[in-house]
Design a protein around this ligand. Structure first.
Ligand SMILES: *Cc1c(COP(=O)(O)O)cnc(C)c1O
Length: 388
């Protein structure tokens, strides 16, 4: 159940409709209170319970909760053996975390193009054009919660001996057939940042069916140490060895307590978001604004993290954005392409990114969260139609 009467989230004088919002209620506050009063704040029973609940939810064999989605990406890459001298292919229409995580392993991010304005996911042919003998992995994104073409990607990866890792930050609950996003490749990474479908504040999680990858990721999560403070506290261990040079990417009990409540609400949140997106689609039909992913293959069950519209021209996008700002409707851009950022501007481009460039200049993200009120949805639509 979504909270019936959520207390107002973060209150803003500026926006009538914020881009995203968390629903706060007593159940969440009690869960945090209980975790605080337990007296055990670092990784412990709630983190283990959260991992267990996520294994059950996704059907993955293993789940590892971590400090945030970016650390999940870094662990997945590192545990998959990606490192210096390797190349990893990813779409440029993406959050920068993916390229940063690849870079921090010592590998080189190689950007690929998207399919086009109707499908903002990576184009498998563009991935193929970007391959070299140094390509070790593809870091796939399920843009906005719409699964990318994992079947074709898996076939390509098989032919070339590549690992497929999933950035599933947008896609908790999305499925291809009966299988959850995050379990379609070697490992899947989730984010629980405050604006995601399962908001915790800061938090992330890695799932995999590969025991060796899981064992290595688990070691790396906590300094490469063979036992946790929690194990020693319970008397299960008294000392430890350090087997690899790891990180501190652990999640804590307070965030895990929020995560457990939010995971139980995820399907309702996803359903509420789907209804709002369906209304956006219906109401914008025939306007100058198009919504990507109008048709999805019959075996694909998307979730909805972002609601985006594509304007006819970059100038039209700026005009729509300015009008919504005036109506106090918050908008954003998902995403400024990574290859255009200063930190990546010097990187060699392996393949043309024309469709990414074209779409990114016309793309606009509009508000979406499960507890949007009808009047808020109506205001977004009305403002869009006035401006388009
Ligand atoms: C949010 C997000 C991340 C990063 O997750 P954090 O929890 O903020 O570190 C990575 N990739 C994508 C696509 C995201 O949307």
């Amino acid at each position: 159940m979504l909270p019936k009467n959520p207390q107002k989230g973060y209150t803003s004088l500026k926006w009538q409709v914020p881009l995203a919002d968390v629903a706060v209620d007593d159940e969440l506050a009690h869960a945090v209170d209980e975790a605080v009063r337990s007296g055990w704040w670092s990784s412990g029973p709630r983190v283990e319970a959260f991992e267990g609940a996520f294994r059950e939810y996704t059907g993955a064999r293993f789940a590892l909760a971590v400090a945030n989605g970016t650390t999940a990406l870094q662990l997945a890459l590192d545990a998959a053996g990606v490192g210096a001298g390797d190349e990893v292919i990813l779409p440029s229409l993406n959050f920068v975390a993916a390229a940063n995580a690849i870079s921090h392993t010592g590998a080189t991010p190689v950007f690929c193009d998207i399919v086009g304005p109707g499908d903002l996911n990576l184009d498998v042919e563009s991935v193929e054009s970007a391959l070299t003998p140094r390509t070790a992995a593809v870091l796939a994104l399920h843009y906005g919660g719409y699964p990318c073409d994992m079947a074709r990607l898996a076939a390509l990866a098989e032919r070339h001996g590549l690992a497929v890792l999933e950035d599933s930050a947008h896609a908790p609950g999305a499925k291809v057939g009966e299988r959850s996003c995050g379990t379609l490749g070697l490992a899947g990474c989730f984010s629980f940042f405050s604006n995601k479908n399962l908001p915790v504040g800061e938090g992330g999680l890695l799932v995999t069916d590969d025991e060796a990858l899981y064992d290595r990721a688990r070691l790396l999560r906590s300094h490469g140490m063979t036992t946790l403070t929690w194990d020693r506290h319970r008397g299960h261990a008294s000392s430890y060895d350090v087997e690899v040079r790891g990180y501190n990417f652990r999640l804590d009990e307070i965030h895990a307590a929020i995560g457990l409540v939010q995971l139980a609400r995820l399907d309702d949140e996803n359903r509420a978001r789907a209804e709002i997106v369906a209304r956006y689609r219906r109401d914008l039909e025939g306007s100058a604004l198009s919504m990507p992913f109008a048709g999805v293959p019959h075996d694909v069950t998307p979730v909805h993290h972002l609601a985006v519209v594509v304007c006819e021209t970059p100038e039209a996008r700026e005009a729509v954005r300015a009008h919504l700002d005036k109506r106090r409707v918050q908008t954003s851009l998902h995403y400024p392409p990574i290859h255009r950022f200063t930190a990546y501007a010097e990187d060699e481009l392996r393949v043309p990114l024309d469709r990414t460039e074209d779409v990114a200049a016309r793309l606009l993200t509009i508000p979406l969260f499960g507890h949007m009120r009808d009047e808020q949805v109506a205001l977004v639509v009305e403002s869009l139609l006035e401006a388009a």
